[in-house]
Design a binder for this molecule. Structure first.
Ligand SMILES: [Zn+2]
Length: 50
């Protein structure tokens, strides 16, 4: 895999979050990666990964 693609995918994985309530996955914005975000499907709060 080329380094650029690997970097993009790494970023996406890092920004991917799974809702603890509805179990759906979603991508959060880069500037929200260290913040608790509301699930866009059910509105539950999703804490950042440690
Ligand atoms: Zn949810």
């Amino acid at each position: 895999m080329n380094p650029f693609l690997a970097a993009v995918m790494g970023t996406l994985l890092h920004l991917k979050r799974k809702c603890p309530k509805c179990k759906r996955e979603q991508i959060v914005k880069k500037d929200q990666k260290d913040k608790t975000v509301p699930c866009k499907f059910c509105g539950a709060k999703i804490p950042p990964k440690k």
